[in-house]
Structure formats: structure tokens, C-alpha cells
Design a protein around this ligand. Structure first.
Ligand SMILES: [Zn+2]
Length: 532
């Protein structure tokens, strides 16, 4: 028998759920997830928003101290948590990909070796290998007529937002088409075939991405446009990581990839989400539907330029406008009275080390060539039986206690002079951490007792593993874990909540909103402020 954490009727009776304006059965829940949106960045520029972000905040309960409570803050883990309300380690989602000892190879977090690709050149992806369920599944469990759709730039965004029983999860193939796998459907719906036929990212080669705001805006919230440490992906000759940016010199094939490094890609995803909403008739009846939208390419722009760059600041002013267009379309198709919005991010990001040093913070990049050499030494020393993948070392399953001790000593010795590494920790040491401080909590929550690496590398705070340029995330530190959580409805008054909450709380909160039951294994709690 299935066990549930929460009986919705009881919840309804005890919670004093009495808001007169709030829809008891919203017809549509839209879940926006931005890939790489630090809470700090959102709050730094929030007073400049005039579009969709402003609407969501003006009509939203804004949890300003929300964190992804796991240490391996990457896209796979972040989206999994947002969809499922569970910590990634115990649930066996260890990263974007991880080494599987039994298979002797790495596996992607949304890999599906049985499924076939449908409608594009990318890989077939699904929720099949994930031993969990997500908010979309609970909504369907509650009402079999409910529809669950998701779209993302990245496959793992769409898959984890959709859950196990999504009607359709679509993602970009980096070759000009949005696609899916036959886990979901044998053929793309007609509307998507048509959309793909009209999709022409190469046409953006005649467009220029230049500053949308006055220079004062960038000066107030960021660095100079030319900040040392940025990636210059559009250079034709010398290093000049500055706006304006253009795809002019790219081939059609390159334009289909590099479009992801411009704001126009996420504009397209939001537009496609409105087409999905219209054609699949989401929010058109009494059964609550879920639409997950993965705003994926913020991540690429953020990686290349860092969270204080002109490019990132400019991107968010544009996204603010695109979100308003989307919200207006929801109003036309479903009605804002009938729709609840949730907004969050899969992770934040660390600022560029070069910028951090300029403001007096000790920061360096991992010396990647030296680090790679060390990894090679360790793997060779073990006769290639120890594997390094992601953020840790995997020992062979037949290693005895003595071999493990020797391997750990070898790893410690090899890595002791790598400046960016704070320490190495064994899986058992992490599981034994008994503190409730953020570091201990987040480290524990990324561990699976058997699947995880045997030894982890812990980076120093503010140090970056990105080399030689760019910004990145993936650590347990606040700049990587702090993300927005905003729940919005037309009837909500703006509320700022400062107590600490976690991204595992989002899925159970949506469940409560729509009257779905929350499975026992869910780690999060309902955010009660929404219901007051
Ligand atoms: Zn990233």
C-alpha cells in the first residue's frame, strides 16, 4: 500500500485555508526554473525589473533565504530536487552524470538506454532510471485527467520537471530542433513538427545583441564590460569579451549551437511553452495541469561571463520582458485567476575569481593541467582501477579496507599541493558529519551510501574549478546554493519571507496548492506562508 505524508483534505481543514481570492483548484501551475540564477543576483537587480519578474514579485510570496541544500550544485541534482522534493544523494541522483562501478562507465542523469530519440538529433532521455516520483506524478495521481508537460533547453531540465509520467517532455538537440524520446511518445505532436519547421536560429545571424539599458545600469550593478576572466566566444581576432555580440560569422550548424549563448534561445523556449500551452489545451478545464519551463541557457551566458557581467545583467532585463509576454499569453489562454506560478533555479554561481580578487576576496582557479596530471598519477598507481568522475574518486567494489586506506593516502599525497582544494573527504566521513550547519547538511544530502564516490574533493570557498576562464558552480557554498523561490498568483500581495527554506519545499507546496498527496519519502515541507 502506498503511504502518504499528508492527506490533502485534513491539510485543508487544519491549515485555515481561507483566502477568498485564491483558486482552490487552479487550472494551471506554471513552474519556471532558471538554470543558474543566484538569489543574490535576483535581489541585486530586482528594483530594475518592469516586466514578468516584477509581476511575479508584486504578486508573489518571495522566499529570500532559499537554498539548494546539497553540495553538488549542478543542473541534474538541482532540477531533480525541484521536481521531486527530495535530496539528490539518498535518491541516487549524483550529478549531471556519474561513474557506475558495475557498468564500468559514466551514466547521464537522464540516460535511457532502451528509448529511442524522437524528432531530433540528440539522445533519447527520460525519467526511467530515476527511482522517485515528481510533482507532476502526484498531480496525475490526484486526478488522472490532469496533464503534465515540460520544455527545457536542456534534456535534464525537461525530464526532471516532467517526472515519471509526463505526457511530454521536450528539449533542444543543439541542431535546430526540439525533440523528445519514445519513452513519452512515438512521434512528435503535429504542432511541434510545425514549430520545428519554422524554427530558424540561423536567421539570428543578422541580429546583434547589444546593451538594452543605459550604461548607468551596468555600472551600478556590475563590473566593466571588459572584465578579465570572461570567455570571448565570438572573437574574430583579439580578446574582447564585450557586447555587442553577434552570430554573424557562424555557419548554420554553429548558429544552432551558439544561439544558446544569447538571450534569444530562452526567448524561444518561453514562446514554445506558450504554443505547448495552447495546442495541448493546458488549463482549459477543472483538472489542474502542470507546465514546467526550463530556462536553460542563462547558464551558458553565466558560465562565460560571470554574474556581474554586462551580458548577464542585460540577459536578465531581457528575460524580464520575455516573462511578461509569457504571462500575458497565460492571461489570454487560461486567465491569471486560474494560474499559479512558481519560480526557482537549479543552482547559483560563483563570481569570476579575477573579479573577486579585485574586491579583496582570496580567489583562484583550480590549476586544471596540474590537477589532471595528479588524477592520471592516481589512476595509473591503481592500475586504472580507481576512476575519477565529477567531484570524486570511485574505488573498485572488491577493494578491502587496507586497499582503501592506501588509496586514500595516495590521493591525499598527490593532491596536497593543489591550492584550490580545501580537503578530501571519504564518503563515510561525510555520512558521519553530525553538525546541522549548512556545510554538513549539504555534504550529507549529496551522498548515496553505495553509489557515491569513495573519496570526494572539497574545493576552497570562492575558488573556481573553471579553467582558464569563466565562472562556475557545483560547491556547497552559499553563492552556489542560494536561489530564488517565488510563488505567485494574481490575488497574492507581495510578501518577503526571510526565514531559511529549501528547494525541496517547492514540490510539496505545489502539491498542497492543488490538493495532491505528498509521498512519505519527500524531504521538503509545505511553505505555509503561501496559504496565509
Ligand atoms: Zn552550469
Amino acid at each position: 500500500m502506498k503511504s502518504f505524508k499528508w492527506l490533502p483534505l485534513a491539510a485543508f481543514l487544519f491549515s485555515g485555508y481561507s483566502s477568498t481570492n485564491f483558486p482552490e483548484n487552479p487550472r494551471l501551475v506554471v513552474f519556471f526554473v532558471v538554470d543558474q540564477l543566484p538569489g543574490e543576483l535576483m535581489q541585486r537587480i530586482e528594483s530594475e525589473f518592469t516586466g514578468g519578474f516584477k509581476w511575479l514579485l508584486d504578486h508573489g510570496v518571495d522566499f529570500r533565504n532559499a537554498h539548494q541544500e546539497h553540495a553538488n550544485t549542478v543542473t541534474g541534482t538541482g532540477y531533480f530536487v525541484l521536481g521531486s522534493g527530495r535530496y539528490p544523494g539518498p535518491a541516487g541522483v549524483l550529478g549531471n552524470s556519474w561513474y557506475v562501478r558495475e557498468l564500468g562507465r559514466s551514466m547521464n542523469c537522464v540516460e535511457d538506454t532502451i528509448a529511442s530519440p524522437v524528432g531530433g538529433l540528440g539522445k533519447a532521455r527520460s525519467y526511467r532510471q530515476t527511482n522517485a516520483t515528481a510533482i507532476g506524478d502526484w498531480i496525475k495521481e490526484n486526478d488522472i485527467r490532469s496533464k503534465v508537460f515540460s520544455v527545457g533547453g536542456k534534456d535534464r531540465a525537461a525530464v526532471f520537471l516532467g517526472g515519471k509520467n509526463a505526457d511530454l517532455a521536450i528539449y533542444y538537440d543543439l541542431a535546430g530542433s526540439f525533440m523528445t524520446s519514445d519513452y513519452y511518445t512515438k512521434a512528435l505532436p503535429e504542432w511541434l513538427v510545425k514549430y520545428n519547421e519554422q524554427l530558424n536560429f540561423a536567421a539570428y545571424r543578422d541580429s546583434v545583441w547589444s546593451h538594452i539599458a543605459e550604461q548607468e545600469f551596468y555600472a551600478k550593478y556590475g563590473t566593466a564590460d571588459h572584465q578579465e576572466g570572461e570567455v570571448d566566444r565570438f572573437a574574430t581576432d583579439e580578446y574582447s569579451p564585450t557586447l555587442p555580440i553577434s552570430l554573424k560569422s557562424k555557419t548554420i550548424e554553429e548558429a544552432n549551437v551558439y544561439i544558446g549563448n544569447t538571450p534569444w534561445f530562452d526567448k524561444t523556449v518561453l514562446e514554445l511553452a506558450t504554443v505547448m500551452m495552447e495546442k495541448e489545451e493546458l488549463g482549459q478545464d477543472e483538472s489542474t495541469d502542470l507546465l514546467g519551463v526550463g530556462i536553460s541557457m542563462a547558464d551558458w551566458i553565466g558560465h562565460d561571463h560571470g554574474p556581474h557581467s554586462h551580458e548577464v545583467l542585460d540577459y536578465y532585463l531581457r528575460l524580464d520582458k520575455y516573462l511578461m509576454t509569457f504571462i500575458q499569453r497565460v492571461d489570454e489562454l487560461v486567465g491569471l485567476n486560474n494560474t499559479v506560478f512558481a519560480l526557482s533555479a537549479d543552482h547559483g554561481v560563483g563570481p569570476l575569481p579575477e573579479y573577486l580578487r579585485s574586491i579583496g576576496i582570496d580567489s583562484e582557479r583550480l590549476d586544471r593541467p596540474a590537477f589532471k596530471e595528479k588524477i592520471k598519477h592516481i589512476e595509473k598507481w591503481s592500475r586504472n582501477r580507481i576512476k575519477f568522475s565529477g567531484n570524486g574518486f570511485y574505488f573498485p567494489v572488491d577493494y578491502n579496507a587496507d586497499q582503501k586506506v592506501k588509496a586514500l593516502a595516495k590521493i591525499q599525497l598527490e593532491l596536497e599541493n593543489i591550492n584550490a582544494i580545501e580537503k578530501v573527504m571519504t564518503r563515510e566521513e561525510i555520512l558521519d558529519l553530525d553538525g546541522n550547519d549548512p556545510f554538513c547538511r549539504r555534504m550529507r544530502n549529496m551522498i548515496h551510501p553505495t553509489k557515491s564516490p569513495d573519496v570526494f574533493i572539497v574545493l576552497r570557498e570562492y575558488y573556481s574549478e573553471r579553467f582558464p576562464l569563466g565562472a562556475t558552480h557545483g560547491t556547497p557554498y552559499d553563492y552556489d546554493t542560494h536561489v530564488p523561490i517565488v510563488f505567485s498568483h494574481k490575488s497574492f500581495k507581495s510578501q518577503k519571507i526571510t526565514r531559511a527554506v529549501a528547494t525541496v519545499d517547492i514540490a510539496p507546496t505545489i502539491a498542497r496548492l492543488v490538493g495532491a498527496e505528498i509521498p512519505m519519502e519527500v524531504d521538503g515541507n509545505v511553505l505555509e506562508e503561501i496559504f496565509k
